[in-house]
Structure formats: structure tokens, C-alpha cells
Design a protein around this ligand. Structure first.
Ligand SMILES: *Cc1c(COP(=O)(O)O)cnc(C)c1O
Length: 382
């Protein structure tokens, strides 16, 4: 029997190759058609994708952007948020959520998360609201929607906007409503590893409001409603035709790919032992499948030696990032966020993950718990 190539993991954390093999002919044809069209930025593919993605989200408008980070920045700017304003969000998220708030000149006000859902702790929002608060940005972390109804109720009472960070939530639902249709505006990322991924960077903002959509379109193209007439300082945050064409090929598959992730998640829940799993949520798209263990680092190393790739989302919360402290923001403590960051481990999860893969991962985690104490300790401290 030949030895496994140690440089190649046996089970990848994300398997884009497998996904692309499935639809390779369609992608090749779509990319070729764009090359032949000679139109590469904000053309007919972008327009068609915007229509199709808005429909998938149950919103009237979608505005394609060059990344999820740009989508967030444009959304905040389109709401007039900038210097002297505050935006409430979480620290347990990818850095971009906070970066966008800082980039428009506003102050991120970070609140702790609920330890069962990893999403914003709704009971802590009101205490964080001040006369300067302009928006709440709930993050649908790991593809599980934040508890939007009470968030929208609070926002309405205080006259502030809600911008969903739905970067991880393509195809997720909340009480049957699609992620993206819940707040006043929602931002998506099509970074390759997201559930709907481009072949590079891309993103979108969706909204029901025609005036917001128009402002977003102007801001993404240098603040110019008409070519060479710049009414406001905008950005070059346009979506290009090749990415839009690839996203149009992939969008019809999103439902079935998310369904496969859900099956893998169900099996993980049934057979994984020795780590804590989060409560089930029917609407979750399982962008990630995190588990919790105080022995996270040891388990991670053991899995790696068994050829199983894992991830940590996230090892350092936003409020402990050097760039956050450099921005002059006051140090703070967010106990649930910090506990999760210290213990969370994301198991392999993607649209090509088979039952056999899930069983191997579960076996390897069990194996770790059966190791002698000394072996476990040496893995933890390695
Ligand atoms: C990926 C992600 C972003 C940023 O999207 P990019 O397309 O990488 O710019 C923002 N927020 C969250 C929660 C994300 O996961």
C-alpha cells in the first residue's frame, strides 16, 4: 500500500476543486463568453446577476461590489454614516465588519455574543445605544442568522438602521425568511471559500429600498451618477463581468450545496463525541461547523497529523486585535467572545464533504480522547 502524501491533507477544510470539477464546463463557457464580449466591468453579466441574486434573497435590489468588505463600507456610507457616529456590532466576527466601520470614520461599539448561538446578545444592545448610534450590524456568524426580530424592534424604537453582515449566510433563513431580506440592507461576500464563492473577490449589497440602491450604485463607481460627473467622494468598488458570470453559474447550485452541508452537519451532530456542538438551527447554511473544547489546540494538532484540516473562527476577537487598539479604542472585556475564541474549532465543512469524511473526522476526535494523558498533554503544548 502506498503511503499517503503528508503534504496533501486527506480531508480538506474547504474543497473548491471538487466543487469546480462538478461544474467546470459551465464555468469555462461562461468565462469564455465574457472574454468574447469584450466587456469586463459593470456589464450585462453584472446586471443579470444582480437581478438573480436579489430574487434569491427576496429583495428588490442587489448592487454588486468587488468584495464583502466594500459592500459593508458602501452600505454604511449610503446611510450617511461617518465621523461622529457609532455603529453597534460584535467582536466575534471577521475583522472586515469592524474595518468597514472604522474606514467610514465611525466608531465600532462592540457587544458580547450569546454563548449558545455565537451571535449578538440582543439583551445587551439597548445599553450600548447613545445619541450618536446610527446603525446595528448583526453578523450571521457561521451562517446562523442573528435573532433579527428583537433587533429590528429595538432599531425601530430608536430610529436607527440595521445592516446585516450576511457574508457567511448566503442561502440561510430566519423564521423562513432569507438572510438578506431581514434588515434595511444586507452585505454579502463572494470570497471563494464562502458558500457562494467567486473565482476571486466579489460581494453585494441587497435592499428593498430603491433610493439606497441608487446611492450604492453611485458610491461604488467613484460617486459618479453620470460618467465623469463626480457628485460625492465614492470608491472604485465595482463588480467585474467574469466574477458575475461565474456567480451566475453557481447561484442555481447554492440550494443543493447548502443541503449537502446540512446533511454533513446532521451526521456530525449524531456521531461526534468528546466536544460540545452548538444547538441545531434549521435555517443555518453551515458555512462553518464549529465545535467547542478546552483541549482545542491538542485536538487540532491530532487531526492535522491524521491528515484532517481544521480552522479557528476566530483565534483573536476584534477587540483584542492590534489594529483595534491602534485605532485608539478603549480596551474592553467580552467574556463570552473570549471564551469562544479560546475553545472553538471549525471542522471540515464544504459542499463536497461525504459521510465517509465526517466519520473519519469523528473517529479522529474520539481517538484523541482515548490517548494517554501524557500524549494529549504533549499535543496541547507542542
Ligand atoms: C468574509 C467576511 C467579510 C468580508 O468579505 P470579503 O469579501 O472577504 O471582503 C465580512 N464579514 C464577515 C463576517 C465575513 O465572513
Amino acid at each position: 500500500m502506498s503511503r499517503r502524501d503528508e503534504r496533501q491533507p486527506l480531508i480538506k477544510f474547504v474543497d473548491l476543486q471538487g466543487q469546480h470539477d462538478e461544474i467546470r464546463a459551465e464555468i469555462d463557457a461562461a468565462v469564455s463568453a465574457v472574454i468574447d464580449s469584450g466587456q469586463f466591468v459593470l456589464g450585462p453579466e453584472v446586471q443579470a446577476f444582480e437581478r438573480e441574486f436579489a430574487e434569491a434573497c427576496g429583495t428588490k435590489h442587489a448592487v454588486g461590489t468587488d468584495s464583502g468588505t466594500s459592500a459593508l463600507r458602501l452600505a454604511l456610507r449610503s446611510l450617511g454614516i461617518g465621523q461622529g457616529h457609532e455603529v453597534i456590532t460584535v467582536s466575534l466576527t471577521f475583522w472586515a465588519t469592524t474595518a468597514a466601520i472604522l474606514e467610514v470614520g465611525a466608531v465600532p461599539v462592540l457587544v458580547d455574543v450569546d454563548s449558545e448561538t455565537c451571535n449578538i446578545d440582543v439583551s445587551m444592545i439597548e445599553a450600548a445605544i447613545t445619541p450618536r448610534t446610527k446603525a446595528i450590524v448583526p453578523v450571521h456568524l457561521y451562517g446562523r442568522c442573528a435573532d433579527m426580530d428583537p433587533i429590528l424592534e429595538i432599531a425601530e424604537r430608536y430610529g436607527i438602521h440595521v445592516v446585516e453582515d450576511a457574508a457567511q449566510a448566503a442561502g440561510s433563513t430566519y423564521k423562513g425568511r432569507p438572510a438578506g431580506s431581514l434588515g434595511h440592507m444586507a452585505c454579502f461576500s463572494f470570497y471563494p471559500a464562502k458558500n457562494l464563492g467567486a473565482l476571486g473577490d466579489a460581494g453585494a449589497v441587497v435592499t428593498d429600498d430603491a433610493a439606497f440602491a441608487e446611492r450604492l450604485r453611485v458610491l461604488r463607481d467613484h460617486g459618479a451618477p453620470k460618467k465623469y460627473t463626480h457628485e460625492t467622494l465614492g470608491y472604485n468598488s465595482r463588480l467585474d463581468e467574469i466574477q458575475a458570470a461565474v456567480l451566475r453559474v453557481k447561484l442555481p447550485y447554492l440550494k443543493q450545496w447548502n443541503e449537502r452541508r446540512r446533511s454533513a452537519a446532521r451526521l456530525y451532530r449524531q456521531i461526534v463525541e468528546g466536544v460540545d456542538v452548538f444547538p441545531e438551527d434549521d435555517g443555518q447554511n453551515y458555512h462553518l461547523f464549529p465545535v467547542l473544547s478546552p483541549a482545542r489546540d491538542g485536538i487540532r494538532r491530532h487531526l492535522s497529523q491524521a491528515g484532517i484540516e481544521t480552522g479557528i473562527h476566530y483565534p483573536i476577537p476584534v477587540h483584542l486585535q492590534p489594529a483595534y487598539l491602534h485605532a485608539g479604542l478603549a480596551p474592553m472585556e467580552l467574556p463570552h467572545t473570549e471564551q469562544i475564541c479560546a475553545r472553538t474549532l471549525s471542522l471540515p465543512m464544504h459542499s463536497q464533504l461525504s459521510e465517509w469524511h465526517v466519520k473519519l473526522v469523528a473517529d479522529a476526535i474520539r481517538e484523541y480522547s482515548e490517548l494517554p494523558k501524557a500524549a494529549r498533554e504533549s499535543l496541547s503544548s507542542a
